[in-house]
Design a binder for this molecule. Structure first.
Ligand SMILES: [Zn+2]
Length: 360
């Protein structure tokens, strides 16, 4: 490789963030199409139109992305006349929506601007797209053209007005970023991008402990407060930047492997969210790795925001763990650990966490 380039999105955050769209987007043209989720567009459409009323940018249409980040939906969008005609594309919604639109923009070579309506994942800031089959089964992870959205407009009012469960599960997933990347990086010789991403990862958990509980409370009350803003930055921007900088092999470790393990249980698929289960895995990973000081630091925070700290919180019985552990050890990410992870020690760590709950 003769050169190396790193594309990063810029961003605007605040309860009137869309008012910055004309300044940022007018250099890209005069027409835009919004591709979004149904609920997302219902929630944010008026804010967008209001912010653009005196601008040169005309919205050609609001188009539903199809409900799944699939190539099939992407290909249908590529055929849409408004999408073909628009100078730029705005994605309005959550992670699956923006991932689907990344594919569309890549194929059409059009600039993508992300307008996340929830702060559940880092997808609006990262260049990675997780694509699914039309039936919702995960297909593959793609690095589309190595370019994330050009700019991300984070309207904290829209996010505060969305159900707080997204902010909550987003915090659970964000929490893992620091602990998994540092474990995966241990003992490795990291060059600039990886070292930078891993170092930045500490900002994926410190602000959560500091602002998380207040942010969640404010989100319940539809209040786009300073704390909501800090958590949006954490869940969307910091995690997205870390993803953009680091190699896949550093991205996740024991906590995410455990999540995939737990998905063999129907109650997990049915009743529990990705970030929720991942956050439980973080506690198991901390015990597995002997990081008891971090466990003591996180435990009160988990309790304050009701993230799961024990099996009962995710409706799992210890006796059900056999197939969960088998699956966990098959996940590719488990190989990112700096040592061999064993079934026995995983079970011991889970049992130890159960005991910890009884004494704290
Ligand atoms: Zn995750």
């Amino acid at each position: 490789m003769a050169f190396y380039s790193q594309a990063l999105p810029s961003y605007t955050i605040g309860d009137t963030a869309y008012e910055d769209i004309p300044r940022v987007c007018e250099p890209y043209g005069t027409t835009a199409v919004v591709i979004g989720g149904k609920r997302a567009m219902a929630a944010a459409r008026d804010y967008l139109l209001d912010a653009l009323k005196d601008s040169k940018i005309k919205i050609l249409d609001f188009v539903w992305y199809g409900g799944e980040a699939s190539f099939e939906n992407g290909d249908a969008l590529i055929e849409n006349p408004a999408v073909q005609q628009a100078d730029m594309i705005f994605s309005m919604g959550g992670g699956k929506c923006v991932d689907c639109v990344k594919y569309v923009c890549y194929k059409l070579n059009k600039p993508l601007f992300a307008l996340p309506t929830i702060a559940g994942t880092c997808a609006p800031v990262s260049s990675v797209a997780v694509m699914y089959y039309p039936n919702g089964v995960m297909k593959e992870t793609y690095q589309f053209s190595h370019t994330p959205p050009k700019h991300v407009f984070i309207n904290t009012r829209v996010i505060a007005e969305a159900p707080d469960v997204y902010l909550w599960t987003g915090m659970g997933d964000t929490m893992a970023k620091h602990f998994e990347t540092t474990l995966a990086a241990r003992g490795r010789d990291l060059a600039h991008g990886d070292a930078f991403g891993v170092a930045a990862g500490i900002q994926c958990y410190k602000p959560l402990v500091k602002y998380g509980a207040k942010a969640l409370e404010d989100c319940k009350n539809n209040n786009p407060s300073f704390e909501v803003e800090q958590i949006c930055l954490c869940n969307l921007v910091t995690t997205g930047m870390v993803s953009n900088f680091i190699d896949f092999s550093l991205n996740s470790c024991i906590a995410h492997s455990l999540f995939y393990g737990f998905t063999v249980l129907p109650q997990i698929e049915k009743n529990h969210l990705h970030g929720e289960v991942v956050s439980y895995g973080v506690l198991v990973q901390l015990i597995y790795d002997g990081q008891y000081d971090k466990l003591d630091e996180l435990y009160p925070f988990y309790k304050s925001v009701k993230l799961p700290t024990k099996l009962a919180d995710i409706e799992v019985k210890f006796e059900e763990l056999g197939p969960v552990i088998d699956k966990t050890l098959e996940v590719r990410d488990i190989k990112n650990a700096p040592y061999e992870v064993t079934a026995q020690k995983l079970l011991d760590s889970i049992a130890e966490l159960e005991e910890y709950n009884k004494t704290h």
